[in-house]
Ligand binder design. Sequence first.
Ligand code: NAD
Ligand code: UD1
Length: 338
Amino acid sequence: MKKILVTGGAGYIGSHTCVELLNAGREIIIIDNFSNSKPKTLDNIKKITNKDFKFYEGDYTNRETLEEIFKNNDIDAVINFAGYKAVGESVQKPLEYYINNVTGALTLLDVMKKYNVKKFIFSSSATIYGNPGTTKYVESMEIKRGTSPYGTTKSMIEIILDDLYKSDNTWNIVSLRYFNPVGAHSSGIIGEEPQGIPNNLMPYIQKVASGSLSELSVFGDDYDTPDGTGVRDYIHVVDLAKGHLLALNKLDTSDNGLYIYNLGTGTGYSVLDIVKTFEKVNNIKIPYKIVERRPGDLACYYADPTKAREELGFKTEKTLEDICRDSWNYQKNILNSD
Ligand code: NAD
Ligand code: UD1
């Protein structure tokens, strides 16, 4: 069977997607340099699925490493998760972000072209919509320059993919625009484990729940939203991972194309909705204080999930309760295994 190459497969979304791919009977190869993940995750993917796969420890920006992989394996498609993703850090280190995300994607695509592998799935982000002045984001809306170098790498790669497909319609590409991925696998052995103090909401709540941080700062309660706090479209990472399987099926069964899909639930929840649900399902108090708005934050946005539903058959199954339960389950497991 031809194999799916997964770059960044040891990471948060990559590991959950590898589980879904293996469970669906796909054969995979992972390349990761562990810049933001741990080797143990690979063992845990095997534990969950009871399946094995080939792994290359290496940098996907390195042409020689990629050539070795493509020369020695029969690859059908590539899912590209590898890249840096910390918004704040990207402002401090723009070159590192452009090199890892943009040069990496370019090198990968160029090597794919050489070996005539033209099915590609890209991890894009809702950040490419910028600040469009509306709350429900539809794929037909214009791509904007990001509000950070990280965001701009995603916009740039989407533009590159557009030019690439226009130049050669034997490419078959899906770009998936993720909203806010959260939660963890129900086994509790893979999930998101940010280094240091988290910037994102759910990892921060997890640390407050575990007692390693004392309270959550809620960034503003004077937005034009039902309770005044920011509203986002939080999608369970397992639902998100399944979206990649559907995208792969699309590439297998459709005419060549450049297909773009939002992956979100279509429902927005506020910061306080998340806090209250986390408290309720896990029976843990999350102390919080209201502070100033975080610069650059928008009041409210969520996905229009219609296109992914109609063309991929994508439908999220997990609830906000599942998200909060699974996030805490994973965090407890990390604490117990330390
Ligand atoms: P992650 O950091 O957990 O996973 C990325 C993986 O890529 C890590 O295992 C890391 O070690 C690896 N990696 C990074 N640079 C590499 C390189 N040069 N060579 C080989 N491996 C490398 O991130 P994630 O949350 O799983 O995100 C996956 C993708 O989805 C990223 O491209 C990210 O930008 C995108 N995305 C993430 C979110 C989110 O909120 N998590 C939202 C939108 C888009
Ligand atoms: C952020 C990034 C986005 C990235 C996404 C990954 C910015 C501006 N955007 O989105 O590019 O794709 O992460 O998931 O950084 N909040 C608090 N207290 C906290 C943390 C967050 O109140 O300690 C609030 C925020 O104001 C926001 C919501 O929680 O309303 C979600 O924040 P976060 O998890 O950081 O995600 P985004 O800002 O939506």
